[in-house]
Ligand binder design. Structure first.
Ligand SMILES: [Zn+2]
Ligand SMILES: [Zn+2]
Length: 352
């Protein structure tokens, strides 16, 4: 089969790999119909993620059709259309019992990381009963694939961890796909104001169409001052960091109102300065977490009922054979005006 394979930093190839087979009785083999590229895949491509080794098929997002199930897979059958979660979980370890599936000692983020992923014609899904969701026939595939990673990440690590409540003033730093996923899910909680902060005017314009009430271009280094003036010096109730840099984390620290929540979503490669000399008396809460994807069933219902327009996040569409072009477009997102790029597998013919 054809697959997108990592061969070290800045070295990807679209090449032939062996079709995966059932290794454990709890596995399923899924024929991918739709996949996409995550910001995390770009980190891998740069060589930032040490667990990803030469020869790995990338991708942790996808929708597909079950081709084969192991003897112990109870909830799924050949021919089922499924959404693939980025998180593999056993459901029975101490972390799974606390609903911290991302820390599952038998799973976690494995796909496209320590095992082969979804940017291929087929993928093997371990512990399939927990990592797959039956896709209702009326849910659009492009909308569904936004629920593999990005929307649970935005909801769980940003909106929920930041305790967004009705009437809150919220600031989101970073208007990339994850920032926009936070913007979409924060609005489910009837916020009074959402201020979007980014370096790029085009992304800020997109954020307006997604429901941002104010936008602030941070390229002059004065974003915090601007937010304070927009909030009449009060600051915001929730500041969500969706970039992963010290500058963007500093904006959150500078604009948080007493009693507020700073929710970190960004992946940080370097340390940041924590300004406790200012914040020690401000009753703030600082949160971090990995995405557990426990909200996926709820998000599926929101998409199905029309309350969450997940498909809005899709800006470009490619065939699986064009995946290197898709990587270029997503990797140059600002220049290409790209949000999420959807990739369709039209290589594999369904023989059923
Ligand atoms: Zn992801
Ligand atoms: Zn577990």
């Amino acid at each position: 089969m054809k697959a997108l394979v990592f061969h070290g930093a800045n070295n990807l190839a679209f090449e032939d790999k062996l079709k995966p087979t059932i290794l454990q009785a709890t596995d399923a083999i899924v024929r991918i119909t739709t996949t996409t590229i995550c910001g995390t895949d770009l980190h891998i491509l740069k060589g930032d993620v040490q667990t990803v080794t030469d020869g790995r098929i990338l991708g942790h997002e996808g929708v597909g059709i079950i081709e084969e199930v192991g003897a112990n897979v109870m909830s799924f059958h050949k021919g089922d259309k499924v959404l693939i979660s980025l998180i593999t979980s056993c459901g029975s370890c101490s972390f799974c019992k606390k609903a911290m599936y991302s820390h599952c000692i038998n799973g976690g983020w494995l796909l496209g990381n320590s095992i082969d992923g979804t940017q291929a014609e087929y993928v093997r899904i371990p512990l399939a009963d927990n990592g797959l969701y039956l896709l209702p026939p009326d849910v659009d595939e492009e909308a569904a694939v936004m629920l593999s990673c990005i929307l649970p990440t935005g909801l769980e690590c940003g909106t929920l961890k930041g305790q967004v409540k009705p009437g809150d003033k919220v600031a989101i730093v970073g208007a990339g796909p994850v920032g926009l996923a936070i913007l979409l899910t924060a609005q489910l909680y009837s916020t009074s104001e959402i201020i979007m902060i980014d370096l790029d005017d085009n992304r800020l314009e997109v954020a307006r169409t997604f429901g941002a009430t104010q936008v602030v271009n941070s390229s002059d280094g004065k974003a915090a001052e601007r937010v304070m003036s927009l909030t009449h010096a009060a600051g915001v109730d929730v500041a969500i960091e969706a970039v992963g840099l010290s500058q963007t984390f500093n904006i959150c620290q500078a604009i948080i109102a007493p009693g507020g929540y700073i929710a970190n979503v960004g992946v940080h490669g370097k340390s940041v300065e924590l300004h406790l000399e200012r914040l020690w008396a401000s009753n703030i809460t600082l949160t971090t977490r990995l995405v557990d994807a426990g909200t996926t069933p709820m998000l599926l219902r929101m998409v199905q009922s029309g309350h969450l327009n997940a498909k809005k996040l899709v800006s470009h569409r490619f065939e699986l054979s064009e995946i290197l072009k898709a990587y270029y477009t997503f990797g140059n997102a600002i220049k290409e005006h790209a949000l999420k790029v959807v990739i369709k597998n039209t290589i594999t013919i369904n023989v059923d």
